[in-house]
Design a protein. Structure first.
Length: 212
């Protein structure tokens, strides 16, 4: 930063992050396809279906087939436990932070994957990788996300967040921490979810995002 004004802020992601979004999109499409088949089978035999339960069963099967299933007993091998929030338990290993997402905010694996791809489009400096899935066999299933750790950082101030969001084309809305442009609405951008490093650069590490 120079005189508290961002000289240049780009929203374009690298090829690596674009490839990860393609991978996540392919996984989401396959999970969605399997969910539709599963739902059709259950309707024929039982009637009522719980969509989240179906997503979890399908995600567990897919993860085990593709070697991205992490048994719950192995989660602590990801790294040193870090701070936990409403949505994520975190584990830190060197320059990486792993987030085990409990789906409390989205209520859906597929909605979470959409949100992750939108985050990667907007905030590629803190882009997510889908590391895998964890949980208890036949019960709860949770996505495991991987993100670059922002080191030597402190929570950004409200003015720094507003300045950054304006620099990438977002307009502040009436609610605190809520911003919008022509395509997306982003909220919960409060200091606990936005960091500033020792060079003064701002990083959105977590956000609620909806596509208009």
């Amino acid at each position: 930063m120079n005189d508290d004004i961002f000289e240049s802020v780009s929203q374009r992601g690298s090829g690596e992050e674009t490839a990860e979004n393609r991978r996540i999109n392919e996984i989401a499409d396959e999970l969605r396809r399997r969910c539709q088949l599963y739902e059709a089978q259950l309707r024929d035999s039982q009637g009522d279906v719980n969509h989240l339960d179906i997503e979890q069963r399908v995600a567990e099967q897919y993860a085990k087939e593709n070697s991205i299933w992490i048994p719950m007993c192995d989660v602590f091998d990801l790294g040193v436990p870090g701070p936990s929030g409403n949505e994520n338990d975190t584990y830190v290993s060197n320059d990486i932070i792993y987030k085990v997402n409990n789906l409390l905010n989205t209520g859906s694996i597929l909605r979470l994957l959409d949100r992750i791809m939108w985050h990667n489009n907007l905030f590629y400096d803190t882009a997510y990788t889908l590391h895998g899935f964890t949980g208890f066999d036949g019960r709860t299933v949770m996505p495991v996300l991987q993100q670059r750790l922002v080191k030597d950082a402190v929570p950004a101030t409200t003015i720094e967040i507003e300045t950054y969001m304006a620099a990438i084309g977002f307009t502040k809305q009436d609610d605190e921490g809520r911003y919008a442009n022509a395509e997306y609405e982003v909220w919960d951008l409060v200091p606990r979810n936005v960091l500033r490093d020792k060079d003064g650069d701002v990083f959105i590490i977590d956000a609620e995002i909806a596509k208009k």
